[in-house]
Ligand binder design. Sequence first.
Ligand code: ADP
Ligand code: MG
Length: 336
Amino acid sequence: MAIVDVTGIGKSYRLSAGHKETVLQDVSLNIESGSVVGLLGPNGAGKTTLIKILSGLLRPDTGGGTILGYDLLRDHALIRSRISLVSPTSDVGTDNNLTVRQNLQFWAPVYGLIGERAKSRIEELLTKVNLRDKADAWPMHLSAGQRQRLALARSLLAENPLIFLDEPTNKLDFDGVRSVRELVQDLNRNHGVTILLTTHVMEEAEELCDAIALLREGKLLAYMKTRDLTQSLGLTRTIRVAFRRPGSAEVDAQRVGLQSDLARMPAVQAARVSEDSSTMVSAELQTLDIRATTPVLLDCLRRRNWNLISMQSEMVTLHDVFLSTIKPAEDMERGI
Ligand SMILES: Nc1ncnc2c1ncn2[C@@H]1O[C@H](COP(=O)(O)OP(=O)(O)O)[C@@H](O)[C@H]1O
Ligand SMILES: [Mg+2]
């Protein structure tokens, strides 16, 4: 079932002197229940505007459709009460005069949670967003990532089946990014929540999302399964591995055997093996899909009993994606 089903969404803002800025143009999006979709685009692409429209906060100039089966234009109040939205400004809803737990206790009745149910849900969420040891802390003593997770916990009080996350990992440090990404995966895999998130980090979209919608200057350039998108872009990336093998007998035969094994791995375009010493070997692989290649590569080394010393891979950036969609953009638009 499509949980989000909108077509022809358009929005423009009237600027001074009668000028109009078109922010969204003819955007159609269909999101299956239970999936994680990434809305990917540079700053100013229209991501936040689209999220606001889909959450029933902003009325589109053109187009319409349904969210959770409710009419986007008619039932916007119902939609607002059935979805959760975490935006970069969600933190504003945090009261600095209440502790972390008290903030959740304050908001629980707003989402219809009272008594024992509220209590157990709050404790469950504190654990889920990894704020249990900060439950009695004041919000101003939290890091940016912890405040972001508090805002997330607040929106999760509602237990809605559809969540919009606008730049959930923006401005977070490495641990903050990791824990928010894990939370997204947990909500989706273990609680069946459908998630639409915006990001301008390709790596994040690749890691979390089943499908990616590419938005640029208000237009949807592509909307497809993550794997199809990365493969259709034809962007090869390099994986470099170094490992140590026991003994040095039949060195050359091993090298030739390994090279042909690597070249046959999923999504691999080319492979080169070089001997750094009689026991140290390094290899360089060009792959169209790091996630498809990596587990097979690790498994191959494990089966040969070779010890991994280091592994590095180059990520595709949003910049690479947009550069490579400039030429086929017209074809992609037709294909949507
Ligand atoms: N309330 C508004 N009034 C006028 N212009 C706006 C308003 N909100 C957003 N915009 C403009 O719409 C464009 C898209 O903004 P936004 O949806 O926030 O993009 P993104 O989230 O992808 O960075 C930007 O050029 C922005 O300046
Ligand atoms: Mg935005």
